[in-house]
Design a binder for this molecule. Structure first.
Ligand code: SAM
Ligand code: SF4
Length: 317
């Protein structure tokens, strides 16, 4: 399960949200930490084994470490992980480690400070690189998420693969999805997973396919002799829907069975209506049993709000 704890962010990645930000949710529109913990306890009891905290940027939500501490105590939860942009993350790493967080997805689309500024509209490249160093120093598994964007960072693909030579990181290239939050027209995908793989293979003909873990959304590879690995996530082509087992909860408590659906249930509203855990469980089971076949069907069924696409910051990635 991916739990997005806020829609707010300290970056403005152009593929995710407009420069002016979004119409942020009010405090009462957000799930409280108590509500999140209640929902997570129940979902773990129902069989969820892994929770990934995401956002918006999780570290801009006040007292996020309190939520993580509460989640870390849930009996039966096998894995707690986070996705972060790395701007405010570094000081929290020792405590994250102490709470048992073993893996962090760090978003980084380029190794060039100027391109970082162009993409994120903020001058924070140095803080993100510092977070990368600190995560590795603390032996936390790092997956670097890089969205591949035509004309913006495709020249970073090979230097980012080169990072895996000496660093034990997994660099994952993600197809850009149409969730930019400002309705700018999505031009279709120029760099799909096939083109990304061709680019990498032309520089590293000896690249080897690895066995992908069960339910992986990434195709995983390794360059012989490199410490780290390379992944490609066909997030737009949606080649992994058949084995997808993810659910998502948005900052306002909307349960999503698919990244591309419009939400199937609001658990915050249900909890605030005084529902019992048993009733909530029935509602959740009912929602899970209506999972659509794949992301294409979810997108077709989706009701577009004024024709404007949602921001990824309100979904969580
Ligand atoms: N702020 C955190 C971060 O950036 O890591 C967590 C939330 S962010 C929405 C989660 C992931 O979604 C990031 O790795 C980001 O690169 C990815 N993402 C955002 N918008 C996207 C888009 N339009 N297409 C593909 N991936 C996107
Ligand atoms: Fe913020 Fe993450 Fe969206 Fe970038 S991708 S604007 S860091 S929420």
């Amino acid at each position: 399960m991916r739990l997005a704890v806020t829609d707010r962010c300290n970056l403005r990645c152009f593929y995710c949200m407009p420069e002016d930000g979004l119409n942020w949710l009010s405090r009462s529109g957000l799930m409280s930490y108590e509500e999140m913990l209640r929902a997570c306890r129940l979902l773990v009891k129902m069989g969820i084994e892994k929770i990934r905290i995401t956002g918006g940027e999780p570290f801009v939500r006040k007292d996020i470490m309190l939520l993580l501490a509460g989640l870390a105590k849930i009996d039966g939860l096998k894995e707690l992980s986070m996705t972060t942009n790395g701007v405010l993350t570094a000081p929290h790493i020792p405590e994250m480690k102490a709470l048992g967080i073993k893996s962090v997805n760090l978003s980084l689309d380029t190794l060039d400070a100027n391109r970082f500024f162009t993409i994120t509209r903020r001058d924070e490249f140095a803080s993100v690189m510092h977070t990368l160093d600190e995560l590795l120093k603390h032996d936390i598994e790092v997956k670097i998420n890089a969205v591949v964007m035509d004309g913006k960072n495709t020249r970073d693909i090979i230097p980012m693969v080169e990072l895996t030579k000496d660093l034990p990181v997994s660099v994952r290239f993600i197809e850009e999805m149409p969730f930019n939050g400002d309705g700018h027209v999505y031009q279709g995908l120029s760099w799909d997973y096939v083109r990304i793989l061709n680019e990498i293979t032309s520089h590293y003909p000896a690249i080897k396919k690895l066995t992908d873990p069960a339910y992986s959304t990434a195709y995983n590879y390794q360059i012989p002799g490199h410490r780290g690995t390379v992944g490609i996530i066909a997030a737009y082509s949606r080649t992994f829907c058949g084995t997808c087992n993810r659910i998502r909860i948005t900052p306002e408590g909307t349960l999503k069975n698919c990244l591309y659906d419009d939400g199937v249930l609001n658990i915050k509203d249900l909890m605030r209506s005084g529902i019992s855990d048993n009733e909530l469980e029935q509602n959740l089971l009912n929602a899970f049993s209506h999972r659509v076949a794949d992301g294409w069907e979810a997108e077709r069924k989706r009701v577009e709000k004024n024709g404007v696409h949602e921001s990824m910051a309100t979904i969580g990635g």
